[in-house]
Design a protein around this ligand. Sequence first.
Ligand SMILES: [Zn+2]
Length: 106
Amino acid sequence: MKPVIKDLLIERMQILIKNAVSYARSNPELAERQAALSKRLCTKYRIRMPYELRMHFCKKCKKFIVPGFTARVRIGRSNLKSIRITCGFCNHTYRKIIKKQIPIGQ
Ligand SMILES: [Zn+2]
């Protein structure tokens, strides 16, 4: 597949997810549909979803989750810098390890 098409698809998925997140509170059904659509795009064209989009789907129950609404995001307490995302539907927790130091106050 041409890289241009891939970029377009990713952009489209980003728009869909962004819309889905903003509709999650007011119109959960629409949000669910938009999320499913973006997921179908990546399975149909066999492209890897960027992490920032993938984090909106639970790894266990595959449901669309919104951080701060149907998912909890916490900072890991160990020395390893990580965030923990807890799905609000199945309570599955997964960690994302942050490799790079986040510059604070720059
Ligand atoms: Zn889940």
